[in-house]
Design a protein around this ligand. Structure first.
Ligand code: ATP
Length: 551
């Protein structure tokens, strides 16, 4: 389970997923619809488990995170403020010869080239860029394509009624920041978590569910004090270890410690789902890649079979989740666009500030002023207005008010599901004494995420006593555990079916259960999926044993 699946072909996974009911093409009977996928019975359970585990880890297990469930369609002004209306686009182009449409940056990347961007913001192809479909160099100029799906609210289809399907769940969190703060009795630092659908009209959906047009996100916006406030209150911000988990959150943590904390917390989460560290890698965005407002972004990657390889020939991995330190950009934008204050009052800061030596006050004031002024001018606010506003903001800081900064761990459910499927997939070829071979598939999911936790199997179908006892055991378990009852076919076949579904435990009811061997009366055979090991367990302790082993 721990090793990277180097030579695995995606087609095998796609085929197993369809055969066993993990994932189907959306609208398959009509020929499908590109970039949309449905989850079948096993996939739906797998997905539900993943979301439940994320929700538990991110909200219920913590005192400092509250949940939110917002609408998919929101006021279009939100997407203006967030920058999505103007800049959420990918460059696309068409091949003039074969008419194939490409994402221009991916087209270059696939040929070991890089798309260039001129000072005027226009993209251009480097010399020699070809259509990867037909080889022609006759390509249209790369042009930006906005990824947001548009619709109309109400019966009139005019520009005034345009609305967007959200391309991320995060913005609702920012828009509801004040309501959550006021109703949840939280204080900075604290977070707001949300799971929900997001929609992106990707130019070229690809790699199975990895890049879909409808998908789900699990996002946390964790609001923290600006470093200037921490320094005023605590004297300095905590230094961050070079690598590794910085430990339990401390009051003097600045954005760097919080960023590192969330990267490490998220890695622990993935490990807890059965994705070993060796299957993950990291991409720390370079200054060139970072959005202008971001201070740092670390992507957690999973080494998918379709990932590109580095110079050493090792799989680089593809993004599962990005953890971004986004400064106070988002709330500042919503404050400017909505005209509603997004700042908070911090009593600790208000009390600490007057006690600081004048020189320290001046230095912190200046730094905060410079940060605010830089943000405002970058957003197109005129120099003098920006200077005036930044002065107001820095004066407000000295009185205990600031717009919180944010650390954003943003994960995709579907990409995680694909990683779990890839990671779980194993096949072995078994040859019997007559030389006949068959391939056995075992989905080695961590019991925590496995769609079915336990299968209950009577040894024989035609023995009413065995069937009745098996039904009773099934009844005992199914209210607390995802449980499957199966009496059809040989026991070996039924085990194999459960192995393919990734069920970690099978429970068999046989004649010993009924008391044929008095010592084994009221016991069952428990079979482990990964090594086929079997042991006897008392029925009376079965439910508890299973609950402990699938947690
Ligand atoms: P990419 O660079 O791969 O397009 P991104 O950096 O645009 O991803 P974000 O905007 O940071 O992605 O979204 C956060 C998370 O949402 C991603 O890490 C990913 O798991 C998920 N996600 C984004 N786009 C898609 C998509 N088209 N299909 C499935 N999941 C997606």
């Amino acid at each position: 389970m721990a090793e990277v699946k180097e030579n695995l072909h995606m087609e095998k996974i796609v085929s197993l997923c369809k055969r066993r009911g993990f994932i189907f093409q959306s609208s398959e009977i009509y020929g499908g619809i590109n970039g949309f996928w449905d989850y079948g019975p096993l996939g739906a359970e797998l997905k539900r488990n993943v979301k439940e585990l994320w929700w538990r880890a991110m909200t219920r297990a913590r005192e400092d995170v509250a949940g939110l469930e917002a609408t998919i369609i929101m006021a279009p002004a939100i997407w203006k403020a967030s920058g999505h209306v103007d800049t959420f686009s990918d460059p696309m182009c068409d091949c003039k010869k074969c008419k194939k449409r490409h994402r221009a940056d991916q087209l270059c990347e696939d040929q070991g080239l890089a798309l260039t961007k001129g000072d005027n913001g226009q993209f251009a192809f480097p010399a020699g860029t070809k259509c990867t479909h037909c080889g022609s160099t006759e390509l249209t100029e790369p042009r930006p394509f906005n990824l947001m799906f548009k619709t109309y609210v109400g019966p009139i289809e005019s520009e005034d009624h345009v609305a967007y399907l959200r391309p991320e769940t995060a913005q609702a969190i920012f828009a509801q920041f004040k309501n959550v703060l006021e109703t949840s009795r939280q204080k900075i630092p604290f977070g707001i978590a949300q799971i929900g659908k997001a929609f992106r009209n990707e130019v070229t959906p690809r790699n199975y569910t990895f890049r879909s047009r409808e998908f789900e996100q699990m996002e946390l916006e964790f609001f923290i004090k600006p470093d200037e406030a921490i320094e005023a209150i605590h004297g300095s911000v905590a230094t961050v270890p070079v690598s590794g988990h910085p430990g339990e959150p401390q009051p003097n943590w600045g954005w760097q410690a919080w960023h590192q904390y969330w990267v490490e917390e998220r890695v622990r989460f993935y490990e807890g789902l059965g994705l070993a560290r060796a299957t993950l890698s990291f991409h720390v965005q370079t200054a060139d890649e970072l959005a202008h407002y971001a201070r740092a972004t670390t992507d957690i990657l999973f080494k998918f079979p379709f990932s590109k390889r580095d110079e050493k020939g090792e799989l680089k991995g593809e993004e599962l989740e990005g953890i971004a330190a986004r400064s106070d950009f988002d709330l500042s934008q919503h404050q400017r666009f909505s005209g509603k204050p997004m700042s908070v009052f911090d009593e600790e800061l208000r009390n600490a500030w007057p006690r600081l030596p004048q020189a320290r006050q001046d230095a912190l004031w200046q730094r905060y002023y410079a940060h605010r002024q830089r943000y405002l001018t970058r957003m197109g606010v005129a120099e003098d207005a920006a200077a005036r506003q930044a002065t107001e903001d820095a004066n407000a800081l000295a009185k205990g008010n600031y717009i919180p900064h944010v650390i954003e761990p943003s994960a995709g459910v579907d990409r995680l599901i694909l990683a779990l499927l890839t990671n779980a997939y194993t096949e072995t070829v078994k040859t019997d004494d007559k030389g006949r071979s068959e391939t056995l598939y075992v989905m080695q999911f961590h019991p925590r995420v496995a769609p079915i936790k336990v299968a209950v199997l009577p040894l024989l179908k035609n023995k009413p006593e065995l069937v009745a006892r098996a039904r009773a055991v099934f009844e005992l378990l199914r209210h607390d555990l995802a449980c499957f009852y199966d009496e059809g076919g040989s026991i070996g076949k039924r085990y194999a079916r459960q192995d393919e579904a990734g069920t970690p435990y099978c429970v068999t009811i046989d004649f010993d259960t009924l008391g044929e061997n008095p010592e084994l009366h009221d016991t069952v055979t428990l079979r482990y999926r990964d090594d086929g090991r079997q042991e006897r367990l008392k029925i009376s302790g079965l439910r508890q044993w299973l609950l402990e082993h699938v947690r």
